[in-house]
Design a protein around this ligand. Sequence first.
Ligand code: FE2
Length: 283
Amino acid sequence: MPELSDTQIQDFENDGVLVIPEFFTTDECDSVQKRMTELLSQYRPQEKETVFSTTDNTHTQEDYFLTSGDKIRFFFEDSEAIDKSRPLELTLNKVGHALHDLDPVFSNFVRQPKLAKLASDVGFVSPLLLQSMYIFKPPKIGGEVVWHTDHPFLWTDPPSVKGLWVALEDATIENGCLWCLPGLHKEQPRQRFRRNSSGGTEMITLNPDPFPTDRKVPIEAKKGTLVVLDGLLPHWSGPNTSSRSRHAFTLHLIEESAEYPKDNWLQRSDGMPLRGFETQIVD
Ligand code: FE2
């Protein structure tokens, strides 16, 4: 079972990011890609499809997004991409946010002992599997994901969220790999995204200073690579200008003992509480 070395753990504490090539096998990546193809074949178009875009943010006020925390839902890259004649995997931005609790293939993928061990190695005592996303970043139209940290969107007190990002395909600068600002995770959060009293959401600015993005470092990653991101580490990805897709899977963990506010955008219904690595769902 992979186990982090003291050096890797120290690097993660210093940088807020850790890149682990070959954490997943090609077969493991292929199995979740195949399962997503099956899920897409079962998709029935909505009356009005929802676009996920961090540059225009219309999704942040839409019910389909705001009630997706305990469902498997489909978000498009942009309104021009909603073209029923094109294959879904070439038009979708992502599928989220409870694949890991609703689908047996994704549940088994994330609940492997090596991931539970890794969570423990990076400091979790009792991790809860909060959110999962399958990200398509389709060729030519996959859009930019603006600079952000994850903690403002998945707020806990104290901060505890960490992101596990899996390259299901090779990620390069050309097809929109992650970039980050190593070491910046030691700074205080600059934003908080929360539900407001009118049934929508709002972004609160805590510190208006922009991130020093001139220090950005690319994280090019071969298929099977796992990237661990501290919840306060700024990261970004550019548009996919290439003719190759850049599929990725992400899982976000929080610590069970940390307070999870009721005004976070992502909420679970009472019948579907957050779970840890232990319980696998049965097919
Ligand atoms: Fe993120």
